[in-house]
Design a binder for this molecule. Structure first.
Ligand code: HEC
Ligand code: HEC
Ligand code: HEC
Length: 133
């Protein structure tokens, strides 16, 4: 009888250990960040391989920038953005972001899938080269 009891305890502990560590070993392959592609004809042709603002700012705040652009363009009719270094850009998802990042799937979508974001912008905004279904 005693032996039987120990067996159950060990089995219980084993199940517990598997359950507790499950998140660490399950889907291990998925935890590597995606490789983001910058290989587009537009970017290849740039004299300086730079985004509108610096990379860290873009990575952290592009959503805020885009929403500000939308409000300024649509509500105030201000359609030209002057970057900190003086370059000017059209305040446009399709006309600016996707002109350079024309490989939306390998750039925007890859990162959004990884972080679990799903911007609804493209329900309305056009992705160049994509036919609306
Ligand atoms: C329900 C449809 C719809 C959705 C969803 C939508 N937009 Fe728009 N957006 C519009 C329309 C219509 C205009 C006006 C077009 C114009 O005046 O050039 C516009 C204009 C803009 C503009 C300025 C003009 C341009 O060519 O881009 C920006 C920037 C913009 N939206 C960003 C966004 C962002 C970012 C999202 C997602 C967070 C978004 N929009 C979601 C319909 C939409
Ligand atoms: C003039 C071309 C150009 C335009 C326009 C442009 N980008 Fe970029 N973007 C780049 C380049 C080049 C890089 C790489 C910068 C670097 O490595 O320093 C980049 C980097 C980024 C990054 C950082 C990626 C990473 O690896 O962390 C994000 C996010 C981004 N862009 C989003 C956007 C969004 C959103 C827009 C529109 C608001 C936009 N870009 C407009 C050329 C552009
Ligand atoms: C390096 C990763 C990365 C890249 C590359 C990237 N994004 Fe994002 N994006 C994010 C993150 C993180 C969020 C925020 C998600 C959240 O807050 O839920 C986000 C959110 C957004 C939002 C706001 C969504 C909403 O509904 O609030 C828009 C719009 C957007 N991204 C557009 C773009 C576009 C356009 C590109 C390509 C030109 C792009 N992003 C490339 C990481 C990225």
């Amino acid at each position: 009888m005693k032996q039987h009891k120990w067996g159950l305890i060990i089995l219980g502990l084993a199940i517990f250990a598997i359950a507790v560590t499950f998140p660490f070993w399950y889907g291990k392959g998925k935890s590597t960040p995606p490789v983001l592609s910058l290989e587009t004809p537009e970017i290849a042709g740039l004299a300086r391989k730079e985004c509108i603002e610096d990379k860290a700012f873009m990575r952290a705040d592009h959503m805020k920038l885009l929403k500000a652009w939308r409000d300024e363009a649509v509500r105030e009719g201000k359609r030209v953005y002057t970057a900190r270094d003086g370059r000017t850009f059209e305040k446009s998802l399709t006309g600016s972001c996707l002109r350079c990042h024309s490989n939306k799937e390998q750039f925007c979508d890859r990162c959004h899938t990884y972080v679990g974001a799903a911007p609804s912008c493209f329900d309305c905004h056009i992705v160049p080269g994509e036919v609306k279904k």
